[in-house]
Write a protein that binds this ligand. Sequence first.
Ligand SMILES: [Zn+2]
Length: 78
Amino acid sequence: MAGRPAVADHRTEMTRDPKTAGTCPVCSTGELITIAMTVNGAELRFTTCHACEAKWWTREGEEIPLRSVIGMVVEARS
Ligand SMILES: [Zn+2]
């Protein structure tokens, strides 16, 4: 495995760089953690609140139900 420089970061690296962005709209205090990934060419983002554990998915900026995410992932794999 060569070609990628080692990431000297204290956080665990996942699919892409998890990002914290803004504060939670549910509890209005927690930090949001967003993980972005691409499924079928569409950008999906999973956002969760560090404090109250609210979580939701967005597809290209629009909030979508979890059921839709599962459908897309299953289709992408078959
Ligand atoms: Zn919250």
